[in-house]
Structures are given as structure tokens and as C-alpha cells.
Design a binder for this molecule. Structure first.
Ligand SMILES: [Mn+2]
Length: 378
């Protein structure tokens, strides 16, 4: 009979998100637990045999007992199969850890903390899960090497569970801590290798995937907010992997330079282009440019409106300047050809009939912007 596994990773429950202030921050923290509950309900709905969480279940080993208990509460919505939780670099299975505390609190029979390198057979199922738990934050050796020597009966589906970085394959500058061989699934005769650590959903090869974090937790754009439903028809058959979106919040970073007329409607378009519903959007806005006083007033009005629409909107406007006055231009201490250019532009700007007056105005704003932001950097 086919085996169905729900593959999740990097829950990092207890993450604080200190930069998201007040109620919005509390909302983001509690959403992580709600998303776990939704994963449990999804596991019931889709009748999976086992849910594996491939490391970093918890943000750290010092999170509160209350949060540990709340995690167990969220997980109780899936009780027809097993949970297998793997310690990662955030929650390594050290002498004293979230795992030892969970054990003291007492966990239901269907939850397995995979704190040792021993195959986990699933009773009544044609399945064995081979875990590679981290016992400390960093390992220089590839812990998944042990999978190769874990003997299992013929005809049993072998699934590996590990946390770390597949060498030379992840996008960008990813730290090569806790290395994992890219061909581990083939080398260790695994039907599937469930990985965690990379927060986006990522296919390494037919049999090896990162699930990514199910609840987005940063402004990086790397396909977060998913779990993977993996169906294994028989030993040796290629897995069928379905990506299921479970995330609640969407994170966006907007950088925009506002200059002159039309700038505010440009920003309105950026905001309205974001997905609905707007109260599930977390937005970091970085503004730069030069606005006259009237536009600045319009901007403040627009921001006040959207602060109340988004779950959270942070605005950094240190680089947004108000239109320079005559005095401001006089104070620009420029010399040589830049000074000459400023004087010529100002002459054009003051001539209401000059055909290039609008260009001169724009150029002056930009020079002023460069000058003042340059000052700030010194
Ligand atoms: Mn990690």
C-alpha cells in the first residue's frame, strides 16, 4: 500500500520577531502555532501515515515550557499517525534541551523525538525513517553518511530525515555548515530524503527536497509557506511530491524613490498590487527621494491609511527629503562645475516660460538629494 508522508521543517516555534512592534508582533508569534495546528488538521484530512519535521522545530532550547506545551496542543489535531520531530541547529539534542524538557512534560505516544541515530519503524506500515539529529549547532562531518550503514529489511520504504546544507546546490551564499551530500538518497538507497534548514521549498533531486518553513518568517523571496505531501507507492518507486501552501502571512520589501508629482500615486499602485487580503501582508517600506510639503502631507495620509490595512507596515524615511527652499540651495557648499550647474538650473527654474523648466526642477531636486544624502554618509 502507498505510504503518505507530510514533510515539514523549520517551524522555529518561539521565534520572537522583536522588530515587529506591539500587537502585530504578538500576532506573528501566535500565528506560527496556528499554522502548526493547520498542518496537523491537513495531515488528518489527507490521511497521511506520518508527519516528519526536518529540524529546527523550536527557535532555541530555552523557549518557555508554556510554548512547548502549546506546541503539543497544536499537534494533538493529528492523532491517526505518527509525528517524527528532528533536532536541528536551533534546537540540538544537547544534554539539556527542549527535547529533554518535552520528555519531562510528557508527550503523547504518537510523537517521536528523533534524538538518536536509530531507525524508526512505523508499526503496521511498510516504512522506516532514518534520522540524523544534530547534537550541537554545527557539525563538520556529514551526519547522513550513517544512513548507508543502517540495514533495514528488504521491501521496506526507507526515508531519511536530516537538517543541514546540501553542498554546492543551494542558491546564493548559503553557509556550508552541517554538510549533506547531494547524492545521499542514491548512496544510502533512500526512497526519499526529507530535509530542513533552507527556509524555501527546494527540490534537490527526484528523491531529495527541502520543505521550507511553513509560516514565512523573513523578507527573503524564496518560496516559503509550504509543506510537502510525499506519496511513495512502493520501495524503489519515484516519490510523488505535492507542494501545499499553508502559510498565513506574506512578507514584502518595497524600496521606492519618490520624486515630484505622481510619486504618491506610484506608491499607491505598489500597495494595491500586493495580494489580498491586506491584513495578511507584512510590509517593509524604504523611501527615498524629495517631496514638496504638499506631497509629503499626502504621503503621510496614505501611510496612515495602509498602516491600518496591512498586518504590519514599517516605514524607513531617513532618505526622504522635503523639497529644498532657496535657503537650502544657498547652503549647499559646492564648488566648480557643480556650483555652476546649480546656478544655471536655478535660473531656468525661475523662468516660468522656459521650455525646460520642469527638467531643471527635477535635476535640482536630485542634486539636492545626492548632496544631503552624501552628507549623511560622511
Ligand atoms: Mn537550521
Amino acid at each position: 500500500m502507498a505510504i503518505k508522508i507530510l514533510h515539514a521543517a523549520d517551524w522555529q516555534i518561539g521565534k520572537q520577531f522583536g522588530f515587529i512592534t506591539q500587537d502585530a508582533g504578538a500576532g506573528v508569534r501566535t500565528q506560527r502555532l496556528k499554522t502548526m495546528e493547520n498542518i496537523a488538521k491537513l495531515a488528518m484530512e489527507r490521511r497521511v501515515d506520518v508527519v516528519v519535521v526536518a529540524g529546527d522545530v523550536f527557535e532555541n532550547n530555552t523557549l518557555s515550557d508554556e510554548t512547548l506545551r502549546r506546541t503539543l496542543q497544536a499537534m494533538r489535531h493529528f492523532k491517526d499517525g505518527k509525528w517524527i520531530l528532528l533536532p536541528g541547529n536551533h534546537d540540538p539534542a544537547a544534554a539539556e534541551s527542549a527535547w529533554t524538557r518535552l520528555e519531562r512534560i510528557g508527550i503523547p505516544d504518537n510523537i517521536v523525538a528523533a534524538t538518536s541515530e536509530e531507525p524508526i519503524f512505523i508499526p503496521g506500515k511498510n516504512l522506516v525513517v532514518l534520522p540524523a539529529p544534530l547534537h550541537r549547532k554545527q557539525e563538520v562531518i556529514d551526519l547522513t553518511e550513517s544512513f548507508g550503514s543502517m540495514e533495514t529489511p528488504n521491501g521496506v520504504i526507507r526515508v531519511g530525515l536530516a537538517h543541514g546544507s546540501v553542498q554546492n546546490i543551494l542558491p546564493g551564499e548559503w553557509d556550508a555548515k552541517n554538510p549533506i551530500a547531494p547524492d545521499r538518497a542514491a548512496l544510502a538507497k533512500l526512497d526519499y530524503l526529507a530535509l530542513g534548514d533552507w527556509h524555501g521549498t527546494f527540490r534537490v533531486n527526484d528523491r531529495t527536497w527541502y520543505a521550507g518553513t511553513p509560516e514565512p518568517d523573513s523578507f527573503k523571496e524564496n518560496d516559503t509557506g509550504n509543506v510537502l505531501l510525499v506519496t511513495l507507492d512502493a520501495p524503489g518507486a519515484l516519490p510523488h511530491v505535492e507542494k501545499i501552501s499553508v502559510g498565513h502571512f506574506f512578507w514584502h520589501r518595497i524600496e521606492i524613490s519618490l520624486h515630484g508629482t505622481g510619486a504618491i500615486s506610484h506608491l499607491t499602485r505598489e500597495f494595491t498590487a500586493l495580494p489580498e487580503p491586506s491584513d495578511r501582508q507584512i510590509v517593509q517600506l524604504r523611501l527615498s527621494g524629495v517631496l514638496d510639503l504638499a506631497s509629503r502631507g499626502d504621503l503621510d495620509e496614505l501611510l496612515a491609511e495602509w498602516v491600518a490595512k496591512f498586518h504590519y507596515l514599517s516605514v524607513s524615511d531617513e532618505n526622504l527629503l522635503t523639497e529644498p527652499t532657496e535657503d537650502d540651495f544657498d547652503r549647499i557648499d559646492l564648488s566648480g562645475f557643480v556650483r555652476t550647474a546649480v546656478e544655471r538650473l536655478r535660473t531656468i527654474q525661475k523662468d516660468s516660460t522656459h521650455p525646460e523648466r520642469a527638467y531643471a526642477e527635477d535635476a535640482l531636486r536630485r542634486i539636492y538629494f545626492e548632496h544631503v544624502s552624501g552628507e549623511g554618509k560622511q
